[in-house]
Design a protein around this ligand. Structure first.
Ligand code: NPG
Length: 359
């Protein structure tokens, strides 16, 4: 699907999004899952074709061998296979969607949502020039987004943050995301961000460098937030205990699914750590599920849950829109949305059916 504008981060520029969807059919009910893996293994080790392969080769046959399945069965059945959390999450999402649709329960009810709308933040990519950045940020503030996140990298950090604060003031939450682009040698440079009253700095260093983040957290006053490093409730608990994360970004795809995402939420709440829901440029399917997750009580910070038109001119489900800086939590059964057949067909590049009955 083409993006409204190219989205540049410290790991690359995306002009379109290749999306792997999983559909399960169970007794006449369908369920949809969205895999958040990117085309190339630049954000994490996963990538779309790798996800397709592991689903086809291992995960779907393992679930088929298990017989009757609920959403909660998916992770335990797949647990012996290492990693590939984004592929696992897509499958769990599809099975859980079918289960909830059949049971007439919404995603929010299942996860424990306590709000009927969530505050909407927006993630702003890297630009060639400051005026282009200011035009983009101005547009998002005008649209009503309640929190701005700026992508940063070495050479694009202090100046863009300063320019945004000078142009738009200190009256809104602002945060930065480095997607692992720095090392501990950059601590002094990152400490220069402290004067701009940022909500947090997200994943400045390598995903495996949790100890480094704990050290960096003692050298800067801006709160440290981890994204890439957090892949499970266990890694979340460890990062918090080490002092590497004062805040967590929770992305269901990165951690193997919405049920693990809820576990991380619970770990964080138990330790007094605020969380927010990350985004992976999802279609309205993943967006629907993320919005419901973001309505859990511990999600006290606005997430990267933007309106559909932040990324897509035409979404495959009816678009989510901003109302007073917020997005309504879907209330219909399951995800509460399903692809519009004609739109889905118009963007589909390939389809593969794996029939469990024949195995
Ligand atoms: O709002 O969906 C969104 C995008 C939010 O910036 C965003 N996501 O590192 O958090 C990230 C980043 C990302 C996008 C990561 C695409 C990987 C792929």
């Amino acid at each position: 699907m083409p993006l409204v504008t190219p989205f540049r981060t410290s790991f690359g520029t995306q002009a379109e999004r290749d999306i792997l969807l999983v559909k399960v059919m169970a007794g006449g009910v369908e369920g949809w899952g969205e895999c958040v893996a990117m085309n190339d293994p630049l954000y994490s080790s996963e990538y779309v074709d790798g996800a397709v392969d592991v689903l086809r080769r291992y995960f779907v046959p393992a679930l088929a061998a298990h017989g009757h399945l609920t959403g909660a069965d998916v992770a335990p059945v797949l647990a012996r296979f290492k990693g590939h959390r984004m592929a696992k999450a897509a499958l769990e999402m599809a099975v859980l969607d079918a289960e909830l649709r059949a049971a007439d329960r919404s995603w929010g009810e299942e996860l424990g949502a306590v709000r009927d709308r969530v505050p909407s933040g927006v993630s702003v990519g890297i630009f060639d020039t400051i005026p282009e950045l200011l035009a983009a940020v101005g547009g998002y503030l005008e649209a009503g987004y309640v929190r701005i996140k700026l992508k940063i990298e070495p050479g694009w950090d202090i100046e863009p943050v300063r320019a945004v604060r000078e142009a738009f003031g200190y009256g809104f939450p602002l945060q930065v995301d480095a997607n692992t682009a720095y090392t501990l040698d950059d601590a002094a440079q990152l400490a220069r961000l402290d004067e701009f009253d940022l909500l947090l700095i997200e994943q400045p260093m390598d995903e495996e460098d949790v100890l480094g983040h704990a050290k960096l957290a003692r050298l800067v006053t801006t709160p440290m937030c981890l994204d890439e490093s957090i892949v499970s409730a266990e890694t979340a608990a460890a990062a918090i205990e080490l002092g590497a994360a004062a805040i967590l970004n929770i992305k269901p795809g990165r951690v193997g699914g919405y049920l693990e995402a809820r576990r991380i939420h619970d770990v964080a709440v138990g330790r007094g750590v605020p969380v927010w829901c990350g985004g992976m440029v999802e279609t309205g399917l993943g967006r629907a599920a993320n919005i419901a997750l973001a309505a859990l009580p511990g999600f006290t910070l606005p997430g990267d849950v933007s309106a559909s038109d932040r990324f897509y001119r035409t979404d495959i489900v009816p678009p989510f829109v901003l109302e007073d800086g917020h997005i309504a939590v879907p209330t219909e059964p399951g995800l509460g949305v399903a692809p519009i057949p004609e739109v889905l067909r118009s963007v589909t590049t390939s389809v593969e059916w794996i029939s469990l009955a024949s195995r």
